[in-house]
Design a protein around this ligand. Structure first.
Ligand SMILES: Cc1cc2nc3c(=O)[nH]c(=O)nc-3n(C[C@H](O)[C@H](O)[C@H](O)COP(=O)(O)OP(=O)(O)OC[C@H]3O[C@@H](n4cnc5c(N)ncnc54)[C@H](O)[C@@H]3O)c2cc1C
Length: 388
């Protein structure tokens, strides 16, 4: 499928990732889906290829690539029918350490994250009671001498069982003692290997797709003070700083999903013969696929626009949010068209359509739901009053 740029600077990366993905066909993902198992071999292959360390600067052992290169990697993974959700966070969670961590933290963690020796792909933000209202989260880290004592709970902490470290957002000053609700939250690097069974409990959540998500409980868990990232109380700002990059990368994944669905639907529409002619000859079959393609291409331009702004050192809040929403909508439209085109076979596991369909639905809700993006646009772009 065409790329939107006249000259795509990442054709080589796309080709290489495509070759890697060819080693992990639908059958591989189907089996994992059935067992809700983790794609260890796939993640190992991406790690060894250096792809998950794409955004880590060379001086810390990474590939030092641009955000658009990382987006090309994740888009290709999805377009080839694989699932980057198993490890995409290894690419971007480290950004908080890179931007706000001490030099010691950077030297300690980044080279090992780049090599895959350490996995930092668990991100503990969402809590059961606060949900999207992040600043109301209740997990509390109390400073006691040279360490913090953490109590609370997270939910939907993906990949916690397949990660060595977690980036945790917790309150360090009660909400009623700060001038602004965004203050008094702090970010920590939690060594889950050291804490498991010592104040840290992880419980898997079985969900509609194979996402390895969990709930995590903290019961007097000790975190050394040296694991605080940046300045105490400024953690919410640090998390926000990383959100544009995360949203653009997720949007790129949605573009990849849309491409997969469109390719699959088109091929089936050409081949499947009913009433003595290919079903793709009917406009009722063609139009939803064509519309999804147009939606995908438009969303792709928004992703490119956000990436360009990011790489020019500007803040692409508007573009990153819109790209995430439009790309998730495009992938969902393509998923709908694809399953409908396949008729009954769309529901059969061996076609992979139903699995991808379940996986694609997530991005209407996570990492940020469509309503909250619309709310961002209404308030921050269009200047309407804050609604919540
Ligand atoms: C599979 C999966 C993996 C995830 N992985 C992670 C992870 O690794 N780490 C992590 O921290 N979180 C993770 N999440 C959590 C995810 O980010 C949240 O589910 C998401 O942000 C929505 O929060 P919530 O589920 O609490 O919904 P709620 O906040 O309860 O919202 C429910 C619905 O109400 C809407 N809503 C809420 N407030 C408003 C408003 N003011 N105006 C209009 N509509 C509103 C929302 O849009 C949503 O549709 C994951 C979630 C899932 C399902």
């Amino acid at each position: 499928m065409d790329q939107p740029l006249l000259v795509d600077p990442h054709t080589e990366i796309r080709e290489e990732v495509k070759k890697l993905c060819a080693r992990f066909p639908g059958e591989y993902w189907r089996k994992l889906d059935e067992q809700r198992a983790y794609p260890t071999e796939f993640v190992r292959a991406l790690t060894e290829g250096g792809y998950l360390g794409a955004l880590i600067p060379e001086e810390y052992g990474g590939a030092g690539l641009t955000l658009s290169a990382a987006a090309a990697i994740l888009e290709t993974v999805q377009a080839e029918g694989c699932n980057g959700a198993a490890c995409h966070a290894q690419m971007y969670i480290m950004g908080t350490i890179l931007r706000h961590g001490s030099e010691t933290q950077k030297r300690t963690y980044l080279p090992k994250i780049a090599s895959g020796e350490l996995r930092l792909q668990a991100f503990g933000v969402t809590e059961p009671t606060s949900g999207t209202d992040t600043t109301s989260l209740r997990t509390f880290a109390k400073k006691e001498g040279d360490h913090y004592v953490v109590n609370g709970q997270k939910v939907w902490t993906s990949r916690a069982e397949h990660s060595d470290l977690m980036l945790l957002l917790a309150r360090t000053t009660p909400k009623d003692q700060v001038a602004k609700r965004t203050e008094g939250l702090s970010t920590f690097i939690v060594d889950m290997r050291a804490s498991l069974g010592k104040g840290l409990t992880i419980r898997p959540i079985r969900s509609m797709m194979n996402h390895n998500s969990t709930e995590v409980f903290f019961d007097n868990m000790i975190v050394p003070a040296e694991n605080l990232v940046g300045v105490e109380g400024r953690g919410f700002r640090y998390i926000l700083d990383g959100m544009n990059a995360e949203r653009l990368l997720i949007a790129a994944e949605c573009i990849g999903d849309a491409k997969w669905f469109i390719e699959k639907a088109t091929a089936y529409a050409r081949d499947r013969v009913v009433f003595g002619r290919p079903i793709g000859q009917n406009q009722g079959i063609q139009f939803p696929i064509a519309r999804a393609y147009a939606q995908m291409r438009a969303a792709e331009l928004m992703v490119q626009s956000g990436l360009a702004k990011f790489e020019a050192g500007q803040t692409p809040g508007e573009e990153a949010n819109m790209a995430k929403m439009l790309a998730a909508d495009a992938s969902w439209a393509a998923a709908e068209a694809c399953i409908q085109t396949h008729g009954g076979f769309g529901f059969a596991e061996e076609y992979d359509v139903e699995r991808k369909y379940r996986e694609a639905r997530l991005y209407q809700v996570a990492p940020i739901s469509t309503n909250l993006i619309l709310s961002y646009i209404a308030e921050h772009v269009l200047g309407m009053p804050r609604s919540y």
